[in-house]
Design a protein around this ligand. Sequence first.
Ligand code: IYR
Length: 240
Amino acid sequence: MADANELYQYPYPSPELAAEHPFIPMPFDRLSAGEMQDRAEAFHAEMERRRSPRMFSPDPVPQELIELAIQAASTAPSGAHKQPWRFVATQSIEVKRAIREAAEEEERVNYLDNRMNEEWQEALAPLGTDHHKEFLEIAPWIVVLFEERYEVRPDGEQRKNYYVKESCGIAAGVFITALHHMGLATLTHTPSPMAFLRNTLGRPENERPFVLFPIGYPLDGVQVPDIQRKSLDDVMVIVE
Ligand code: IYR
C-alpha cells in the first residue's frame, strides 16, 4: 500500500481542520479485478435495458418503493453537501388529474399554437409526442423533483444553495437508476412551462420544479421509439 505521507505533503484533514470538524474513515472495500469487471458488465447491461415509456399501467406500486428510490437519489453528491432537492410524491387521483389538466393546457400552446419552433418540433418527431398527457393521471405515482434555490432555516433566515441544477441533475439520474434497478419504469418529463406545479403541489417560494416523473409499470405491450444510443466512440475521448 502506498504510504500516504510520501504521496501527500498536505494531509486531509489537516490537524486544524480535524480539530474543528469531525472526520471518519471512509467505508470502502476493494473488489477483485474479476468481480469489478463482472459488476461493470452486468450494470451496463442492466442500464442498456432502461427505456422511457409514455403509457403506464394503472397497477399500484407500494409507497415503500418510492421512498427507497428517493432515499437512493438523496445519496447524490451536491454543492457544499446542501442536498438542494425536494421530492414531492403523490398518488392522489385528484392531484394527478389537476397536474394532467394544467400540463395539457400548456402543451396545447406548445404543439397546436406553435410555441415550440419548427426546429424543436422536428427534433421531437421521432418520439411522436403531442399535447395528450394521459399517463400523468394513469401512472400510480407522480414524483416532482423541486430544486431548492435557497434554504430557509427554522428562524426564517435564508441561505443560498450552490450548484443547484447540477446537484438536482445528478440526484435525478440516481433516482431514475434506482427505479429501473427495482423493476419500475419512469419518464423524465418536463411539462413546459411547469411553474404551475408549485401551486398545484402547494410548495413554497424557494422551490422550483426541476423535473416530473410519472412512475409505475409500463403498460403491457407498450411500444417505444426504435432509437439507438450513441456508441462509445461518439461519447468518449481519451487524451494521451
Ligand atoms: N414538453 C413537451 C415537449 C417535449 C420536449 C422534449 I426536449 C422532449 O424530449 C419531449 C417532449 C412534451 O412533454 O410533450
